[in-house]
Design a protein around this ligand. Structure first.
Ligand SMILES: *Cc1c(COP(=O)(O)O)cnc(C)c1O
Length: 412
């Protein structure tokens, strides 16, 4: 882990190196603090990574509200770009996508409660099973609905989270194979360390998975759609791609770990932005925000930004984070509050000026990776932490095509 730097790294900003990033459309209605999600980035990331892992298919992982990007619009874009299946963590997440009109296959990767199988099958979701005890409630739900429920068998190979232990997996597979109300549509496992420096354990997991598949096939059971790799595995290990890869963090243009390089052209889709709500002058000795952790040494102009940890700007960015104000790095002054943050203001800044709070690397703002480093966490948690109260605007060709606000998607 790299220690958070006290000062933002220098990023040259001059007219010659004008940002060449995504187009800069700004909303003229609603709350100043908002996220913009460039759907062209989602599309490009799917197309690029699909080509990269070909002939494997791409399962787009849109759990946790598509890692904070908004599940409905991201799922829509990923399927349109060629992903064959959507994956979520919970039945409820799958139902949300069905209710929004998505028709693609949807896999629920995590364990479901017995009481959720009915809702899952009624909505045509694929559930993951790992234990013999789950077969009866799942079967009952399918029988009651008069349907055949599709299931994928989740196999334990080293993560020791959700999955059928090696000693039981064939028994579960045989039971599934002979249960007419359930259809075995796939078999999968999950890597514990595909983003780590040593891929030895990942290779071991793959070998265990392959051995189990062989045993199933010898038993006359068709494993159908096999999928193993997460983003890190898909990018780093061509040999373990199976029929499909489960693409999560890479779909959003973020790297699974700081030292893993994404395929060329894959780029972050989300930026968190706001506007200056107020400009004020500090005099020597004045302090800023809770705990008075910042004290002005001279006359200083600061700007108030209506964004805080209640929006997903981590409190760990207090004093060490920075935003983009008028193309310049503006260090955070004092503590990040729940709803407001103060930054140093470059000269000439006025109320209403645009601010990038979390950038995509094409601007002068901190990125999700920068924030993760400051907070001692991973970019996954930063993206997923963009709060529900933040309106999400979706762009195509730099123009808004949809808004997600209070959980409701409006398309224009
Ligand atoms: C979240 C998740 C993924 C996606 O992982 P990334 O590292 O984001 O690509 C894949 N498979 C399972 C089982 C998961 O829970």
């Amino acid at each position: 882990m790299v220690a958070p730097s006290a000062k933002p790294p220098a990023r040259p900003q001059s007219p010659e190196s004008a940002p060449t990033g995504p187009p800069s459309w700004w909303p003229d209605s609603g709350r100043d603090t908002h996220a913009v999600i460039d759907l062209d980035a989602i599309t490009g990331n799917v197309v690029t990574i699909r080509r990269y892992v070909s002939p494997a298919n791409v399962i787009a992982v849109v759990k946790a509200n598509a890692y904070g990007h908004g599940a409905v619009m991201v799922a829509d874009a990923a399927i349109a770009a060629g992903a064959t299946t959507l994956a979520v963590a919970t039945v409820d997440e799958g139902v949300q996508l069905r209710e929004a009109g998505l028709q693609a296959p949807i896999l629920v990767m995590g364990p479901a409660a017995d009481a959720e199988y009915a809702s899952a099958f009624r909505n045509g979701l694929i559930v993951s099973l790992a234990e013999i005890d789950q077969i009866e409630p799942a079967t009952l739900a399918a029988v009651k609905l008069g349907t055949v429920g599709e299931v994928h068998l989740k196999i334990e190979t080293g993560m020791n989270r959700y999955g059928a232990p090696a000693g039981q997996v064939l028994r579960v597979a045989r039971r599934l194979d002979t249960t007419r109300q359930l259809r075995l549509g796939g078999v999968f496992t999950h890597f514990a360390d595909a983003d780590g420096p040593d891929l030895g354990f990942t290779a071991e997991q793959e070998a265990r998975f392959s051995a189990i598949l062989d045993a199933m096939i010898r038993d006359g059971i068709d494993p159908a759609l096999t999928h193993v790799a997460n983003s890190a595995g898909a990018i780093r290990l061509p040999s373990v791609r199976q029929v499909a890869v489960r693409l999560g963090i890479g779909l959003y243009g973020l790297a699974p770990a700081p030292d893993i390089e994404l395929p060329h052209g894959v780029r972050p889709a989300l930026r968190l932005r706001s506007r200056v709500a107020m400009v004020r002058q500090l005099r020597p000795g004045d302090t800023v925000s809770y705990g008075r952790t910042y004290q002005a040494t001279g006359n200083e102009t600061v700007a108030l930004i209506p964004v805080g940890y209640g929006d997903g700007l981590r409190r760990a960015a207090s004093a060490t984070g920075w935003m983009d104000l008028a193309g310049e790095q503006a260090p955070i002054r004092g503590r990040v509050c729940m709803d407001q943050t103060v930054v140093a203001a470059p000269s000439g800044i006025r109320r209403g000026d645009p601010v990038t709070v979390i950038g995509d690397g094409s601007d002068a703002a901190q990125t999700a990776d920068d924030l993760a480093r400051m907070a001692g966490t991973i970019n996954y948690e930063i993206a997923t932490g963009i709060a529900g109260r933040v309106p999400r605007w979706y762009l195509r060709n730099g123009r808004p095509v949809a808004l997600e606000q209070r959980g409701v998607v409006t398309r224009f």
